[in-house]
Design a protein around this ligand. Structure first.
Ligand code: ADP
Ligand code: F6P
Length: 319
């Protein structure tokens, strides 16, 4: 292993830059050459690569987004596209590729490794939807962004004695809603993994009102459905003024939290170590506080996990 490359792919996540920095500096420290690939798999197919040195990653540990830019690339989903990408790596003399992204990007990396490229994945997505790892990069920062919004919405909801429905991201995963709901003291948390009945929700809101609750905060994961429609229904049934807030892409931006910066640094270092050990088709994660690497096929095949115990705790604490 003499030369490696790094790219970011799919939805961006705070902490991606800290990971790029760690990969680059650790690789240089171990005597490897490093190239940055721009715009994910698109850039790989089109040969958008540049040489990186220690200075290329200066002043980025605190920045959200990704200096390498990110993209979604349909061409990479074809065998022909992946062959082009593998050829570009060959032409540049690159022996190993680190892919920072979510499950889609990992699927791409897995297929690329079948063409003889050594690949390692770092989980970069705010959704925390990869089962093999306790946390993905960006999740903690996104949670703190959501929490900040919930705190503000609590103020105005209390003043007006309203119900506030906050729609958060997470694609098909309810982790952002669950963790932010607990941290924000939400009255109800609605996630795709747990069944939910609109009329039961209305009853709970009304009983909260009877108990003297000044507001009612409901955190809704995007995978369940629209906040606006739910707000209309709740207002109609309960007669309590209800507002919907869709947090959207602000959840993906911002300076990474200390947790995400440290996680990115540890995962980036581990990715280089794994490539130097001659391994391929691996993904880096954290389990029980330890940084681990797993086989990419096994990691992607793991069934989705949802912490039902935590959900139970959230329910018990909410009233
Ligand atoms: P994420 O990595 O955040 O889950 P996407 O699902 O959008 O994001 O995937 C990012 C990119 O990974 C896609 O645009 C595509 O280039 C690549 N990718 C996703 N799924 C596949 C697949 N089945 N085969 C090959 N490449 C894929
Ligand atoms: O994968 C992260 C994520 O933020 C999801 O939670 C969300 O559904 C999706 O990306 C939106 O991505 P975009 O608007 O970039 O297509």
């Amino acid at each position: 292993m003499k030369k490696i490359a790094v790219l970011t792919s799919g939805g961006d996540a705070p902490g991606m830059n800290a990971a790029i920095r760690a990969i680059t500096r650790m690789a240089l420290d171990r005597g490897l050459e490093v190239m940055g690939v721009q715009r994910g798999y698109n850039g790989l197919i089109n040969g958008e690569l540049f040489q990186m040195d220690r200075h290329s990653v200066s002043d980025i540990i605190h920045r959200g987004g990704t200096i390498l830019r990110t993209a979604r690339c349909d061409e990479f989903k074809t065998e022909e596209g992946r062959k082009k990408a593998a050829n570009v790596l060959k032409v540049y003399g690159i022996d190993g590729l680190v892919v920072i992204g979510g499950d889609g990007s990992f699927t791409g990396a897995r297929l690329l490794s079948q063409l003889g490229v050594s690949t390692v994945g770092i989980p970069g997505t705010i959704d925390n939807d990869l089962s093999y790892t306790d946390y993905t990069l960006g999740f903690d920062t996104a949670l703190n962004t959501v929490l900040d919004a919930i705190n503000k919405l609590r103020d105005t909801s209390t003043s007006h004695e309203r119900v506030s429905i906050v729609e958060v991201m997470g694609r098909h995963c309810g982790d952002i809603a669950l963790f932010a709901g607990i941290a924000g003291g939400a009255e109800s948390i609605i996630v795709p993994e747990m069944s939910f009945d609109q009329d039961e929700l209305c009853k709970t809101i009304l009983s909260g009102k009877l108990k003297g609750k000044m507001h009612n905060l409901i955190i809704l994961a995007e995978g369940v459905g629209g906040a606006e429609d739910l707000a209309k229904h709740v207002e109609e049934i309960t007669g309590i003024e209800t507002r919907a807030t869709i947090l959207g892409h602000i959840q993906r931006g911002g300076s990474p939290s200390a947790f995400d910066r440290v996680l990115a640094s540890r995962m980036g270092a581990k990715a280089v170590e794994v490539l130097l050990e001659g391994k391929s088709s691996r993904v880096i994660g954290i389990r029980g506080g330890q940084i681990i690497d797993d086989d990419i096929n096994e990691a992607l095949a793991m069934p989705r996990k949802f912490d039902e115990k935590l959900y139970e705790i959230a329910t018990a604490l909410s009233y």
